[in-house]
Design a protein. Sequence first.
Length: 208
Amino acid sequence: MQKQAIPRVKRRKRLGPEVREEGLAAARRLLLEGGPGAVTLANIGDEIGMSHANVLHHFGSAASLQSALMGSMINDLTVALGDVVELLKTDAAAPRVVADRVFDAFDKGGAGPLAAWIILSGDVAHLEPVREAVRSLVEAIVGQSTDDAAPDRVRAAVLMMAVSAFGDAVIGPYVRDMLDQKDDAMRDLIARILPLFLIPSGIPPAVS
């Protein structure tokens, strides 16, 4: 008996922008799941069902793909910080809400592993777009205070929150496990400390 041929499914041709979008989404998943070493043209091709050569054609080089990924994720981080700014403009916003927004940007959004990747690669120019977002965040929080020393205290608060969120995204799960702490332990701590930076009688000055 002659075997009936299995009809081949014709693959839908994808346009360049669509391939780039799918490729960047796949690259982000690979970065979050396997770290920077997992973000290769071959792995991305496997993720989106394309050959290494086709992925290379759409991105130009592995370096170009990594740069595009950095740009995409940095944009997401600035948008997340912008959301916090808008929240603070319309509402005093509970410290935990602010902490959650910033921590989510570094953790769920992937900005923590991305920032570590950028810093270790030495290509810190990619972090430049974050500068204005951070400054806007400081200005929005300063708007909740009225005394002259508020800007200095708020800059210190944002420093503490951003560095804590970055560290929590990169190494937090391991340290929390060592110390038998809950997943949101660092967020909770920041939410409790943050108000102290925003009142004139809060954190005492450093002893020189």
